[in-house]
Write a protein that binds this ligand. Structure first.
Ligand SMILES: [Zn+2]
Length: 451
């Protein structure tokens, strides 16, 4: 465990609150620095009022600019002949998470400094732990677009909001409220998704009612849990303008119930930690591709394009930044792309049937609902893929596909993570395997139930 995490976990609640606020300040130095108002204007979503054909031409130009830049300054792409008059994106190899993990240093732009990057950790939808980098300027653009997107639904950054997520803000053994910490920097009440159960739902709901947020963001599974409880108790929410669900998405029956009980639209984005926003959900429930800042391709298993409307692997090229470029990057997700003249007024391509985002949850014997279990294998080293199999009510198996540089001793860190997230009420074991079985759609599932 990193020292800072250790200090945080061992601290009393008022110190946790202070540390949480300091972390929010640190993040905002990456997200909202400089003249952020001007940047928001520059990245207004009214850009998408331009005809789609015109936007595609602009996108093509941007792709060429990005490629010319990386060919000259990013070592990984030095295999492309510099004298080539026009480099074709389609001719470049698809880059997988594992390629990035093994060649990290060769992806850095030679003209940028280390301090220009945000360093993050993810294991995404394939369970491959990855330390990734994003150029600060790209992170800032992501948040400008996100703010503009929130504005469409009458919500603004800085207004009272609640976030329910898997951020480990409290000890997993904590068994009495508060299960939340107020972050003054963002005017956000951060609630712990890990402590939400049928027994604690009442405490969460009472707090939401007294806090009166303008909007809620976070895991749809947790928000749905609260909506179900509220419905059972006949509680109707009136103050909310919207619920923004995180990228893992939700099932339509969950969304319908939350919209009814919380009396507001449920929307959200689709994206990955590395690339940022890829598409945003409109009120008509279409995921509109943000073609100004990202190019999406759908490919088959042999990296060949698939006909429009047919499902395949979602491959993205980031057009926001080249400091640590994501070019033809394999998201690990599965979906299809189609064209719509959407009644919301936004014409263009939309992503449909995104799979790999509705992680199954695990319900522990005491009734705790655990989601976003990808955190568990994050501290493992040299793991190609991993899967958490729920094999009995009180038992999980963590399957691991090792890579050449697999470090068995890092399993100890995963064990610590299991204790943190699941507690001691479930048995666990590791299974080192050669490969992980896919679903019939060739889709990888990080969490599976097998009883
Ligand atoms: Zn729409």
């Amino acid at each position: 465990m990193k020292t800072v995490e250790f200090v945080y976990n061992a601290s009393p609640i008022f110190v946790k609150k202070l540390l949480l606020n300091l972390e929010a300040l640190r993040r905002n130095r990456f997200r909202r620095y400089g003249n952020f108002v001007a940047l928001k204007k520059q990245y207004t979503l009214s850009y998408y009022n331009l005809p789609y054909s015109e936007r595609l031409k602009l996108q093509e130009k941007k792709v060429i600019t990005v490629l010319n830049d990386v060919v000259h300054h990013v070592p990984f792409f030095s295999f492309i002949k510099k004298e080539e008059p026009s480099i074709k994106l389609e001719k470049l190899p698809v880059i997988k998470k594992n390629d990035l993990r093994k060649n990290t240093s060769s992806f850095f732009h030679q003209k940028k400094k280390k301090r220009d990057f945000w360093v993050g950790h993810t294991s995404g939808s394939t369970g491959t732990p990855l330390q990734y980098y994003s150029e600060k300027s790209g992170v800032r653009i992501k948040y400008a677009i996100l703010d503009n997107y929130y504005n469409l639904f009458g919500c603004s950054y800085g207004e009272k909001r609640i976030r329910i997520s898997g951020a480990k803000i409290l000890q997993p053994t904590k068994d009495h409220p508060p299960y939340w910490i107020y972050n003054k920097v963002d005017n956000q009440l951060q609630m712990s998704a890990y402590h939400l159960s049928d027994t604690t739902a009442k405490d969460y709901l009472n707090k939401i009612l007294s806090f009166q947020p303008n909007y809620i963001t976070g895991h749809i599974n947790s928000i749905y849990h609260l909506a179900r409880y509220a419905k059972k108790k006949g509680i109707q929410m009136k103050s909310l303008k919207a619920v923004f669900m995180d990228s893992e998405g939700g099932m339509s029956e969950q969304i319908r119930l939350v919209e009814k009980v919380f009396d507001c639209p449920v929307i959200g984005d689709y994206g990955t930690s590395e690339v940022g926003l890829i598409a945003v959900l409109c009120r008509e429930k279409n995921y509109h591709v943000l073609d100004r800042t990202v190019k999406v391709e759908i490919l088959d298993e042999h990296d060949q394009p698939i006909e429009a409307g047919e499902p395949g692997r979602i491959i993205v090229t980031d057009l926001k930044q080249t400091g640590f470029p994501y070019i033809r990057y394999d998201t690990g997700d599965w979906g299809s792309v189609g064209f719509v003249n959407c009644p919301c007024g936004w014409d263009g391509s939309v992503i449909k049937n995104i799979e790999g985002r509705c992680d199954e949850m695990i319900i522990t014997p005491s009734g705790k609902k655990l989601t976003r279990l990808s955190y568990i294998t994050k501290p493992g080293l040299g793991i190609k893929e991993s899967q958490i199999a729920h094999v009995a009510p009180d038992e999980i198996i963590v399957r691991i596909v090792p890579d050449d540089d697999f470090l068995e001793s890092s399993l100890k860190n995963i064990e610590k993570e299991i204790h943190q997230i699941i507690g001691k009420e479930m048995k666990y074991s590791f299974d080192i395997v050669a490969s992980i079985k896919r679903t019939k759609n060739h889709k990888f599932k990080h969490v599976v139930k097998e009883f």
